[in-house]
Structures are given as structure tokens and as C-alpha cells.
Design a protein around this ligand. Structure first.
Ligand code: ADP
Length: 259
């Protein structure tokens, strides 16, 4: 499986897209989607044309995080137009199925759907497409790592050992198929009490930095656990869009600049 095919035989998947960055995590709930959407917005603020592909077929979260409702239509009668919010083009399984309807496909169907969300969508010209990967290292993840010409992958982890162990698996998957790992981000890195200012390392702290050193990849930065980050992303107006001058938004911007 080393260095799998980087291009499907029918030609480039998304001819107008200059760079494709996958955001991955070893397990769910570590804040991968929250990080992806905020990084996408930070790249937008740097003047880039940005798209976001929600590859989490079984648990899409981009419709909620970008505050997008409704279904995509087709202006050319054959391919779907991506939805758009906050200047970001987005495609997600969440636009195509009801919110409470479970997607119960087996691997091959999910893989096909994913390739269609690239090839059969009018992404147009983009400087960068961010892919919000499903958590873990299953079929869909491997399809993306092998068949999509990824510019690089970013790994999101919380600081505790168990999350880092899973993150390492994700990182090794990309390495095995020769996708450059751009670095690791530590999310929910610490909590600062809004009342007294005291800092608590809820999931311990610094584990991702140590892991990055160990695995010889860049440590891209840390994002604290903060209710404002949750409320803004779950409410459809992520912090980088809602309050770009805030400390947290700047943390995302710094990561976007170096990754
Ligand atoms: P994943 O994509 O890894 O499953 P999500 O991005 O969906 O994780 O995040 C899971 C939950 O945690 C969401 O409710 C999200 O708002 C919240 N969350 C993510 N990052 C943070 C953070 N740094 N501070 C507070 N809440 C966060």
C-alpha cells in the first residue's frame, strides 16, 4: 500500500484546486471539526479562496458549524454547486441527508460518495481545500490518503496519552502513503477560569508538543478549552469569523500562517 495511486485514472479529481490539506484526528470529539473550520476561516482572512469538504460521512458537522441549511443545487445540470457561508465553499453529507437520518453504508459506498463529493462538485478555482477527515484510520481515511493528491495533513489531538496514541496511528497512516504531515495541534490544551483566571490542565498539557518532538513533526500550536470556542462553532459562527481580534482567533491565525 506504500505510495498508493495519487490520481484516479479519469484525470484530476478537482482540477481548479491548488492545495488540499486534510485535518485528521485519531479519535472523535477532540475538536477536529472546530479546528478545521477556524483554520479555514483564518486562511480566508489571509486572502485565500477556501473550500471545506466535510469527509465525515457518518457524522457530518460542517452544516452546523458553518450555519448552513438547505440543499445544494446544480447550475450546470450535472454537478452540484457547493454551499457557501462566511466566504467558504462547503460540501457535506449533512446537506444530502436529513439531520437525524443515520448513514448506514458500508465502506465501499462511503468511499464512492466521498469521491463524488470531490469529482462531481463544482469546486471551481480554490487556493486551498480543507478536508475535515472522519476520526480514526478506517476505509474512508485510507481512500483519501491514497487517492486524493494531498498537499499535507494536520493532526489534531487533546493532550492526554490515549488521544495521542490514536493520533500517532493517524500520523503513521499518512506517512505510510507518503503524505507530508504538516504538524500536530493540541486542542483543549488547558482551561483558564473566567472568574479567577486560574489555569487548569484538564486533560494534562504539553503532550502533543512532546509527541511532535518524538515523531519529528512540527508542533503547530495549542488551543485552550473555552466555552466561547464551543458556543461560536456549535452556533454556526466560529470564533475566527465572529471575533477575529480575540486571543483565540489569533491562535488559529498563527497556526494557519505556519502550517
Ligand atoms: P471532532 O470533530 O473531533 O469530533 P468537534 O470539533 O465536533 O470534534 O468538537 C466536539 C465538541 O467540543 C463540540 O461541541 C465543540 O464545540 C467542542 N470543542 C471543540 N474544541 C473546543 C475548545 N477548544 N474549547 C471548547 N469546546 C471545544
Amino acid at each position: 500500500q506504500h505510495g498508493g495511486p495519487k490520481q484516479a485514472p479519469e484525470g484530476p479529481l478537482m482540477p481548479g484546486v491548488k492545495a488540499i490539506i486534510a485535518v485528521a484526528s485519531g479519535k472523535g470529539g477532540v475538536g477536529k471539526s472546530t479546528t478545521t473550520v477556524n483554520l479555514a476561516l483564518a486562511l480566508r482572512d489571509m486572502g485565500l479562496k477556501v473550500g471545506l469538504l466535510d469527509a465525515d460521512i457518518y457524522g457530518p458537522s460542517m452544516p452546523r458549524m458553518l450555519g448552513i441549511k438547505g440543499e445544494p443545487s446544480s447550475s450546470d445540470g450535472s454537478r452540484l454547486d457547493p454551499m457557501e457561508a462566511h466566504g467558504i465553499k462547503c460540501m457535506s453529507m449533512g446537506f444530502l441527508v436529513e439531520e437525524e437520518t443515520p448513514v448506514i453504508w458500508r465502506g465501499p459506498m462511503a468511499q464512492t460518495a466521498l469521491i463524488q463529493m470531490m469529482r462531481d462538485v463544482n469546486w471551481g478555482d480554490l487556493d486551498v481545500l480543507m478536508i475535515d477527515m472522519p476520526p480514526g484510520t478506517g476505509d474512508v481515511q485510507l481512500t483519501i490518503a491514497q487517492q486524493v493528491p494531498l498537499t499535507g495533513a494536520v493532526i489534531v489531538s487533546t493532550p492526554q496519552d490515549i488521544a495521542l496514541l490514536d493520533a500517532r496511528k493517524g500520523l503513521n497512516m499518512f506517512r505510510q502513503v507518503d503524505v507530508p504531515v504538516l504538524g500536530i495541534i493540541e486542542n483543549m490544551s488547558y482551561f483558564k477560569c473566567p472568574h479567577c483566571g486560574e489555569r487548569t490542565d484538564v486533560f494534562s498539557h504539553g503532550g502533543a508538543k512532546d509527541e511532535a518532538d518524538l515523531l519529528q513533526v512540527d508542533f503547530l500550536g495549542e488551543i485552550p478549552l473555552d466555552i466561547v470556542i464551543r458556543e461560536t462553532s456549535d452556533g454556526g459562527h466560529p470564533i475566527v469569523d465572529q471575533n477575529p481580534a480575540s486571543e483565540h482567533a489569533k491562535a488559529y491565525t498563527k497556526i494557519a500562517e505556519i502550517m
